[in-house]
Design a protein around this ligand. Structure first.
Ligand SMILES: NC(=O)C1=CN([C@@H]2O[C@H](COP(=O)(O)OP(=O)(O)OC[C@H]3O[C@@H](n4cnc5c(N)ncnc54)[C@H](O)[C@@H]3O)[C@@H](O)[C@H]2O)C=CC1
Ligand SMILES: CC(=O)C(=O)O
Ligand SMILES: [Mg+2]
Length: 727
């Protein structure tokens, strides 16, 4: 819950803005007029926030000064580094001259970036059409808006940046976030994907440029889960970067300082969480691509108090479990044999450790769900990181990896030692599964794959899950060629199936958390669960595993094709809703309360229908012009919102106020309303102090006093005052 201190701070910050609106003549209604900038006379604008950034006449993009950003409610809507117009032109020219950027880690499609640009322009122009195109061609364009191209986009974001999308909270904004969050124009936000840019895919620290991954993930939320695009918010928390190249790049858009660390870092993330959950109490926050050091700590910090999850730790784990269960079925064995699988994992970061933790819990559940089962399950894993096999002999072992450190005596009996290389580990262990989350392209070398031929499994599984494409631990061609045709293969980024000759196909599955995170988010939203429990994540993974038929699995297809992502997401969301109800966490959604949800969840078809009915589809709505002026308190949204269709400050006379649908005896009168389009109840309270704004459901407004009168008061009042004071 927001602390009293922060609420007070938010209130005083809002009051400041309120006062500013009341006394700032530029905010008062007047004809849209502006003067030239000659002679440094200010140009008077009739707009604020995104409306300015989307207006080609007034927009200065990254060149808005900090004071202008404050005055015009732009703070947080642009990357934090203020650029000169010369720098803007330089950035544009550099980008223009390298139209076909092919970075080392880029996708194999040479036109990928050009396609991204075209799609991005459509996204800016017409969201409905953009999502129609994306949904209809998801197989072709997911690799453009998501991995692998999104990696290349993030690497080149400073050059590609055109129109801002999402919000930027930087280390410089400390103490301001609670007020900045109101600069976002949407009254309701369902889904936030936030990153601090510290580990974007397998590309390392990309600083502020990491916003691209948050945008890409939210594209999938809209396309796959049918989250309304007006209710998503990509967020970049810029606490600096440890990427020296970016720190020295004059055209970099983020803070050019080293990353905050320790308590200072946590304070920034805390402030962000408090701000977004204060404005949108029902929002769900997905943490994305935080370096492992913080991924686990932040997850532990917020997971029992906030609606949040970490996609790299928890989403990836769920997808891997579904894949691992699929691999057991593909061997012609029942899923209950999973605890017998020997699994070698290369990579002990947020993703690798997330997977082994979840796989261990799944095994333990199958073995009787008790302490002994949990303890014995860990012996099925061999974890190898940059320093080789992790054993309890390792100095300064990472606490998150500690439970999986092999006992050195036992390792010795297997012919292994502390720091043993991957090939050696595979040779000795003869695993059923070799899983890569190392971000090291080609790590599954010929030697490692040769060693896997000794696997005791009838159908060994190779999961080269690192992204983007160039970071895959091996390609499907290498895997099928070296290990043989009788394998299961999955990769994090998409590859083509392999032609094995004689009409046989070596199936390449895409093992990516995109099969889970949209359903986890949607299921949480529609259940109204206050947290995202382990059980909800497990239910999501199991539903994904069960999605594939026996026939498909035996052919080596353990994940669905991406063309089915909307359908699988619906299934996953339904499983999440049902589990939330089962665990008594569900509080309902909109007009469906917990009890009704419980009834719905008794019938599988009904819960699927409930999910389907709440998925947004890209269709043009019929628009009608609503002339004049109206105010209302939204009752169809979770937070009552006081809305006006008039984007500027104005004086109004309230004539009717309804409380609980009854005309209220409260005294109505004249009020000066500042220029906010969407107010939540806290703001309303500050203006209408005698009114319990929570209870107002509707109020209508008659006549506004003329602008001329306001100007007369503003200009004449001080003169009169001086006269009175001087007798
Ligand atoms: N397919 C999917 O859905 C997902 C894939 N990933 C990918 O997983 C990769 C890793 O992500 P994080 O765990 O967050 O990164 P991280 O940087 O925290 O962890 C990387 C780990 O790999 C280890 N490593 C480095 N060199 C190695 C080597 N030669 N042999 C064995 N291990 C080595 C490091 O010691 C570290 O433990 C990234 O490429 C990311 O894109 C992450 C999440 C989801
Ligand atoms: C897929 C994903 O989340 C990652 O590579 O980080
Ligand atoms: Mg990620």
């Amino acid at each position: 819950m927001p602390s009293f201190y922060n609420q007070t701070r938010a209130a005083s910050s809002l009051m400041r803005r309120l006062k500013r609106s009341l006394i700032n003549p530029t905010a008062l209604p007047r004809p849209r007029c502006f003067t030239t900038t000659e002679g440094h006379r200010p140009t008077l604008v009739h707009k604020r926030s995104l409306d300015i950034l989307h207006d080609p006449w007034f927009n200065k993009g990254t060149a808005f000064s900090m004071t202008e950003r404050d005055r015009l409610d732009l703070r947080g809507l642009l990357p934090p580094n203020v650029m000169s117009s010369e720098q803007q032109i330089e950035r544009f020219m550099v980008d223009l001259k390298r139209l076909e950027v092919q970075a080392r880690d880029g996708p194999s499609d040479p036109n990928a970036l050009a396609k991204w640009r075209i799609l991005n322009r459509l996204h800016d122009r017409n969201e409905t059409m953009y999502y129609k195109v994306l949904i209809a061609n998801i197989e072709e364009y997911a690799p453009i808006v998501y991995t692998p191209t999104v990696g290349l986009v993030c690497q080149n974001y400073s050059g590609l940046f055109r129109r801002p999308r999402g919000m930027y909270f930087s280390a410089e904004d400390r103490g301001e976030m609670m007020s900045m969050v109101y600069n976002w124009p949407a009254d309701q936000v369902d889904m936030i994907v936030v990153t601090d840019g510290s580990r974007i895919l397998g590309l390392g620290d990309l600083g502020v440029q990491g916003i691209g991954i948050a945008i890409g993930k939210l594209d999938l939320y809209v396309a796959a889960a049918g989250i309304n695009p007006q209710r998503v918010l990509p967020v970049m928390i810029d606490v600096g970067t440890n990427n020296e190249k970016l720190i020295k790049d004059p055209l970099y858009l983020g803070l050019q300082q080293h990353r905050l660390d320790g308590d200072e870092y946590i304070a920034v993330i805390d402030e962000f969480m408090e701000a977004v959950f204060t404005r949108w109490p029902n929002v769900i926050v997905q943490f994305e691509d935080f370096q492992s050091k913080w991924a686990f700590k932040l997850l532990q910090r917020y997971r029992n108090t906030h609606r949040m999850f970490n996609d790299d730790v928890q989403g990836t784990a769920g997808v891997a479990i579904a894949g691992l269960l699929g691999a057991v079925r593909a061997q012609g064995r029942p899923m209950i044999d999973f605890p017998k699988q020997k699994i070698v994992v290369a990579g002990a970061g947020s993703a690798g450790i997330g997977v082994v933790n979840a796989a261990r819990k799944t095994m333990a559940r199958m073995l009787g769900n008790n302490e002994t089962a949990f303890d014995s399950a860990k012996s099925q894993f061999w974890v190898v990181d940059a320093n080789g096999l992790i054993t309890d002999e390792r100095q300064n072992i990472d606490p998150d990896a500690l439970p999986f450190a092999r006992r050195i005596n036992e390792a010795g009996r297997q012919g292994l030692r502390e720091g043993a290389g991957l090939a050696e580990v595979v040779r000795q262990v003869q695993p059923d599964v070799l899983l890569g989350l190392s971000a090291v392209g080609g790590l599954f070398s010929k030697e490692v794959l040769e060693a896997l031929k000794g696997s005791t499994s009838t159908k060994p599984a190779i999961f080269a899950m690192s992204n983007p494409t160039k970071n895959a631990e091996c390609t499907p061609e290498e895997a099928f060629k070296i290990v043989g045709d009788n394998i299961i293969f999955a990769s994090g980024s998409p590859f083509r199936d392999v032609d094995l000759g004689n009409g046989r196909i070596g199936h390449c599955n895409q093992g990516n958390n995109m099969y889970l995170f949209p359903g986890i988010g949607l299921g949480t939203l529609l259940s109204g669960s206050r947290i995202i429990s382990d059980g909800m994540l497990q239910a999501a993974a199991e539903r994904l595993a069960a999605y594939m038929t026996e026939e498909e699995v035996l052919k080596g297809m353990i994940f669905p094709p991406i063309s089915k992502i909307r359908d699988i997401t619906k299934e996953v969301a339904a499983a999440v809703v049902q589990e939330a109800v089962q665990e008594d966490l569900a509080e309902g959604y909109r007009d469906i309360d917990a009890r009704e949800l419980q009834k719905i969840c008794q019938d599988q078809e009904e819960v699927l229908e409930y999910v389907q009915n709440n998925m947004w589809s890209p269709e043009y709505p019929t628009l009608e012009l609503r002339d004049g002026f109206f105010w209302q308190i939204g009752i169809d949204s979770d937070t009552p919102i006081f809305q006006s269709n008039w984007g500027s400050a104005h004086r109004v006379h309230l004539t009717e106020i309804y409380v609980d649908s009854q005309p209220s005896p409260l005294v109505c009168g004249d009020f000066m309303i500042p220029s906010y389009n969407g107010w939540d109840v806290r703001k309303v309270r500050q203006v209408f102090t005698p009114i319990d704004a929570d209870a107002i459901l509707h109020c209508s407004i008659a006549n506004r006093s003329s602008d001329v009168l306001i100007w007369v008061i503003i200009l004449v009042a001080p003169i009169l005052l001086v006269r009175v004071m001087h007798g």
